[in-house]
Every structure is written in C-alpha cells, then in structure tokens.
Design a protein around this ligand. Structure first.
Ligand SMILES: CC(C)(COP(=O)(O)OP(=O)(O)OC[C@H]1O[C@@H](n2cnc3c(N)ncnc32)[C@H](O)[C@@H]1OP(=O)(O)O)[C@@H](O)C(=O)NCCC(=O)NCCS
Length: 218
C-alpha cells in the first residue's frame, strides 16, 4: 500500500511534532487504503459509505494502518475506539493524518486538519468562549485565525478522554493568538491541555495532548 504517497505530503506534514514536551508522530496519506487490505469489519463500513465518505474513510484506514504497523501492532482498526489515549485521526480535502504518542504523562491525543475556507465571524460564538471572543477577533481581519482556532478546538476536543460530555466551546486557549500553548477544559480544571498548530497543505493542522494533572482533583 502506498502510504503518504505524494512527496509534497511528506514535505508538508512533519514526521514528528513536539506538543509542549510531548513527542507526537504524524502519518499522512493522500491515497485511500485498498479494499483488499481491510479486515471484514472495516470492509463492511467502507461498503456502507457513499463515494466521498468512503474515500475519506479509506484514507483514514491507510494512515491508521501505517501507524499501527510501524509500531508492530495489529493493523485491524475495527476495534479502535475514539477518543484514544495514544492515537487520533483527521481526514479532509483528500488527505488523512494520524497522530500517535506514547508520551508518559499524556492521557489523550487529538489531531485536526481543515483546508482553507472562510469561517464566518458569526460562527465564532459557537466555538469560542466569552473571554476568547473579547480578544478582538473580527471576521474581516481574522477570518483565517478563526479557521486555525477551529482546528485547535477540534484537536483539544479529540484529545479529551470521555469527550462526549463536552463541546468545543468548553475549551479555552490561554492566549488565542498563540499558535502553540496551553488550554483549559473549563468544566474540568484538573485536565491540562496543550496544542500546536501548523499551516500546511493550504490549511491548518492542529495537534493537541491532554496531560495528567500532577495534583489530585479537589
Ligand atoms: C467527532 C469530531 C471531533 C470529528 O471531527 P471532524 O472535523 O468532523 O472530522 P475529522 O476528519 O477531523 O475526524 C474524524 C475522525 O475523528 C475520530 N473521532 C470520531 N469521534 C471522535 C471523538 N469523540 N473523539 C476523538 N476522535 C473522534 C474518528 O477516527 C473519525 O474518523 P473515522 O470516522 O474515519 O474513524 C467532530 O465531528 C465533533 O463532534 N466535534 C465536536 C463538536 C462540537 O463541540 N459541537 C458543538 C458546537 S459547534
């Protein structure tokens, strides 16, 4: 199988990123996995999906299998549940990226990629907190920053264990202008989050980790 086949993809997505002390390995692929490398449960999902969604799913399988294979683990992804402590996946605009970390104190990893596209200012209130909204972000000047922040929020969400209880608006970046830094999960102050954003492939790729708090929750 041809993982991360395009040379431009290799050049664009770094093989590893340091998320404020946690090493995260990235795998990117433009080419969908072939149906014949899938286990039956994966093939069933692929066959249920229509054209575009199927190709996205198969690109996701390609990077997850590349990642798991490189680690010497089973490449059957049908048993994986997201969110996952060590692994995360994003696929958009014909590209899939998997993120893996084995960093000791990490309790979750998240990755999100969005290609360039306008984010309407009126949508900001759905994913930015009141404090973030007062950081002088406005659509005309900062439409692009909103897309970047959207990928940050999605990566933070994906990095959070048991995230079904939360929405992207529960996360607050300590400094919305920073391309890397800390963030809080407002309803769970004991969860520490870190993120890094890169401008790649004409869009933004954010990688986040949730870190075990050194203190017991009060
Ligand atoms: C689940 C979610 C994170 C997926 O993100 P997305 O940008 O739509 O899609 P991506 O391609 O980046 O990621 C898809 C992958 O995320 C993974 N994923 C799915 N649910 C997940 C979860 N709860 N946590 C972590 N990862 C998850 C899956 O591996 C999925 O790929 P697959 O279905 O092929 O296996 C997103 O749809 C979501 O629910 N975000 C929170 C929404 C929210 O807070 N809304 C409220 C106000 S706007």
């Amino acid at each position: 199988m041809n993982y991360a086949s395009a040379a431009s993809l290799h050049a664009a997505v770094p093989a590893e990123v340091n998320v404020e002390g946690a090493a995260v390995t990235l795998y990117a692929a433009a080419e969908p996995a072939a149906l014949d490398v899938l286990v039956p449960a994966e093939r069933e999902v692929a066959q249920r999906l229509g054209g575009g969604a199927r190709a996205e799913f198969l690109r996701g399988r390609a990077v997850l299998k590349a990642c798991l294979g490189a680690l010497g683990l089973s490449t059957d992804t049908s048993m994986l549940n997201m969110p996952h402590r060590n692994l995360s996946l994003t696929h958009a605009a014909g590209v899939a990226v998997a993120a893996f970390t084995a960093a000791n104190n990490v309790i979750g990893v998240g990755v999100d990629y969005e290609p360039h596209g306008p984010v309407a200012g009126r949508l900001a209130r759905f994913f930015l907190t009141d404090r973030e909204l007062t950081s002088h972000i406005d659509e005309q000047q900062h439409g692009d920053q909103l897309l970047r922040l959207w990928t940050v929020k999605e990566a933070l969400f994906k990095a959070t264990p048991e995230n079904e209880k939360f929405t992207v608006r529960d996360y607050e970046c300590h400094d919305v202008w920073n391309w890397q830094g800390g963030a809080s999960l407002l309803p769970r102050p004991n969860v520490l989050l870190r993120y890094v954003t890169m401008a790649v492939m004409g869009g933004y790729l954010s990688v986040a980790v949730a870190v075990a708090s050194p203190h017991k929750p009060s």
